[in-house]
Design a protein around this ligand. Sequence first.
Ligand SMILES: NC(=O)c1ccc[n+]([C@@H]2O[C@H](COP(=O)([O-])OP(=O)(O)OC[C@H]3O[C@@H](n4cnc5c(N)ncnc54)[C@H](OP(=O)(O)O)[C@@H]3O)[C@@H](O)[C@H]2O)c1
Length: 185
Amino acid sequence: MARLRFEGFVIVSANGMLADAANVMPGTLKFDADKVFFSEGLDRVELVLHGRNSFEDQPNSARRNRIVLTRATSALARDANDPKAILWNPSGASFDDACAMAGVASGTIAVIGGPDVFAMFASRYDVFWLSQAHRLQMPEGQGVFPGVPERSPQAILTDWGLSADGSRILDGANQVTVTPWRRKS
Ligand SMILES: NC(=O)c1ccc[n+]([C@@H]2O[C@H](COP(=O)([O-])OP(=O)(O)OC[C@H]3O[C@@H](n4cnc5c(N)ncnc54)[C@H](OP(=O)(O)O)[C@@H]3O)[C@@H](O)[C@H]2O)c1
């Protein structure tokens, strides 16, 4: 199989949360400039991968190949509700088999959450796009990766072999930035 590229995408609060205490992504963590960045990022990949509770909710969502992790299937199954989606249980089938069933053999895969799914691909990211809303604190939320908030997302990305390659301001008024964390060569 040709080499696949992996890119992670997420937006977190100042204290590293991707969802609130009820495990819901609140409106306060949604910013138009980040939505555009995220949507344009997913428009250039071959496949989107995420856990059953994550989704991108964008105009082009239905056009995208996707793999959804779930224990509702023992191995691999087609999603009856989405002709372009494969349901995947990693305990019953390999990732390569899931990609083959999705018809994706090369190109870029976007990993979009949640925390355990991000961690599962820790060793494979070429780049992880970490958006952060620096003015928003979510004290009771769900950490973006296992180990957050005891450790920062940045410390964990460093552990995964990635390093920050500059930051871009997406929304100055709300102090929202995006930082590409790239694999060290
Ligand atoms: N801020 C952001 O950018 C961002 C990004 C992503 C998600 N979120 C938010 O975070 C929340 C989702 O969090 P979540 O922890 O529930 O994440 P999730 O990974 O989307 O969903 C968890 C589910 O995925 C399946 N799954 C995960 N790991 C699996 C494994 N190893 N094997 C088989 N199935 C597996 C299971 O589905 P089954 O229960 O079907 O077995 C599990 O219940 C949502 O509110 C979402 O909107 C926010």
